[in-house]
Design a protein around this ligand. Structure first.
Ligand code: BGN
Length: 279
């Protein structure tokens, strides 16, 4: 056969990638926080990322098809640091992934949970992802063996965070970065849409998961280690206690089944899919 024919691997001839690659070093990884020369096209070329921030292993079939959903507004520098760091990180794990950035295009209080619901719906329009990772843009995973894939139970990923001095503030915490299967997200009707401003939406999501008979899981602190990029502290919302207390009444009537929004813009940038929404 010609050399050309040899280098041509048909999709059907590829074997499955390992669930957890064995070559992931155990050393602590650090983001480059001085991304003054951030150039999306350059980075996309360098890391072989496909338009919209999608990638899959070239030589094997990934066992993880993951949509990474980032709620966003006004954090451009953090997004640049995040993207520069995450693409090579995710590729080491041999994932079939795509990064979706859902930006609140409207003024007023930020609604993280609603943006995540939107990301879920919009990601599914592009591919039948079975696993979703809902991820704040300021969180950087520092261990390569912290797999960006779904476990049998919904997983709280960012459980060992430097700003919390690597301690879990409370057992029920389900904020920051989480991984959940599509069928589990459906079962809990996604996130509540009514949490405007900082706080509580992640606790409500946790309640929904427990209410449906699931439990949280976490990797050991040594694996689930994150560093948080610095930013001004958000002002907690006043409604968060009330919304959280009355949450149970709304599990069926407020969530991904009642989600209303309009798309202002969708752009497949070289390193991510950008979805600007009016919530
Ligand atoms: C909690 C917030 C969470 C947040 C964590 C960690 C609330 C609800 C009222 C009790 N919960 O206090 O949303 O992720 O802190 O910062 O504010």
């Amino acid at each position: 056969p010609s050399p050309n024919a040899l280098s041509c691997v048909k999709e059907s001839d590829k074997s499955l990638c390992s669930i957890i690659p064995t070559d992931l070093e155990n050393t602590l990884q650090h983001p480059n926080i001085s991304v003054t020369d951030f150039d999306m096209k350059d980075l996309a070329n360098k890391f072989n990322v496909g338009v919209g921030g999608a990638w899959k292993p070239p030589d094997c079939i990934s066992q993880h098809e993951v949509a990474i959903v980032i709620p966003f507004r006004n954090r451009t520098l953090q997004l640049q640091i995040f993207l520069s760091y995450m693409h090579p990180f995710l590729q080491r794990q041999l994932l079939n992934y795509r990064i979706f950035v859902i930006e609140q295009g409207t003024k007023g209080a930020f609604n993280r949970a609603k943006l995540l619901n939107i990301g879920y719906v919009e990601a599914l329009k592009t591919y039948a992802y079975h696993c979703f990772i809902f991820h704040d843009v300021d969180l950087i995973p520092q261990k390569l063996n912290n797999m960006y894939a779904c476990t049998h139970q919904p997983r709280h990923m960012s459980s060992s965070l430097d700003t919390f001095r690597y301690n879990l503030p409370y057992q029920e915490l389900f904020g920051g970065a989480v991984a959940i299967l599509k069928k589990q997200f459906e079962l809990v009707n996604g996130f509540s849409n009514i949490f405007f401003g900082w706080g509580g939406e992640d606790d409500d999501f946790q309640n929904r998961i427990i209410n449906r008979g699931m439990s949280l899981c976490r990797f050991p602190p040594d694996v689930a280690r994150y560093t948080m990029l610095t930013h001004a502290k958000e002002l907690p919302s006043e409604n968060r206690f009330l919304n959280l207390e009355s949450g149970r009444e709304r599990y069926e009537t407020d969530g991904v089944n009642t989600l209303k929004y309009s798309i202002l813009k969708i752009v497949n940038y070289p390193l991510y899919t950008w979805i600007l929404v009016d919530i």
